[in-house]
Design a protein around this ligand. Structure first.
Ligand code: DC
Length: 220
């Protein structure tokens, strides 16, 4: 099986790039962030405090997460309920970043992610795919961009859907999330030694996609 791992900080464009590559190569796109978001939603709904590791570990045992595809778009099913539309809020983003520091949360999801990659060719995006989930991935990409550029992109996404946003606040939230994701003990966000770094600050989606597909053609 082939696997392409795309890791990097929030807002670097991982999901857009990964989706496009998967489509072009006929691979399955797996958005691992959505799985951490699903657990975060469960914790929020059940009023479980983000600093209570014991309660979180217990909660994780009650969570069943499945991935389905509807017209090629990944859906996340939390205990039988399709919650894909409910996990893109700021509150869930923050809770996902905080709760994903706990090994019990990660191990549960890593198991699911590895099982998926055993059966089909995948493009998987996240924070620890090249370093931890799929250390033998066919190609590893570390996709990044300046924090200013990432904040600007998020800001534009909000404005485009008619949601008011504050650029400075978004930048601050992204910096906090980066810090947490990069500094946790267990499987933090970092570039795998053998990953190719792509800085998308001054590249458009098409250019990044072509660059990654060319790299893949060379190593497959
Ligand atoms: O990619 P995203 O913004 O949807 O991810 C939400 C959070 O989930 C992110 O801040 C950290 C966590 N996450 C993780 O720890 N490992 C992954 N492979 C994917 C996401």
């Amino acid at each position: 099986m082939y696997s392409i791992a795309i890791d990097g900080p929030a807002g670097a464009g991982k999901s857009t790039i990964a989706k496009n590559i998967a489509k072009e190569l006929g691979f399955i796109y797996i958005d691992t962030g959505a799985m951490y978001r699903a657990i975060a939603l469960f914790l929020i709904r059940n009023n479980i405090p983000s600093d209570d590791e014991k309660k979180i570990s217990e909660a994780v045992k009650k969570v069943n997460i499945e991935i389905e595809y509807v017209k090629g778009v990944q859906q996340v099913i939390l205990n039988g309920e399709n919650i894909s539309e409910l996990i893109r809020t700021n509150e869930v983003s923050k809770m996902a970043s905080i709760s994903s520091v706990y090994p019990d949360v990660r191990l549960k999801l890593v198991d699911i992610q590895r099982c998926l990659a055993e059966k089909v060719n995948v493009v998987m995006d996240g924070r620890d795919i090249g370093t931890y989930v799929l250390p033998e991935a066919t190609l590893k990409i570390y996709l990044t961009a300046s924090v200013e550029e990432r904040a600007k992109r998020r800001y534009n996404e909000y404005v485009n859907i008619g949601v008011s946003a504050n650029l400075e606040n978004i930048k601050k939230e992204i910096e906090e999330r980066d810090f947490r994701d990069m500094n946790r003990d267990f499987a933090p966000l970092k570039k795998a030694e053998d990953a190719v770094v792509v800085d998308s600050s001054f590249m458009n989606i098409e250019d990044v996609k072509d660059y990654v597909i060319n790299k893949f053609d060379l190593v497959k």
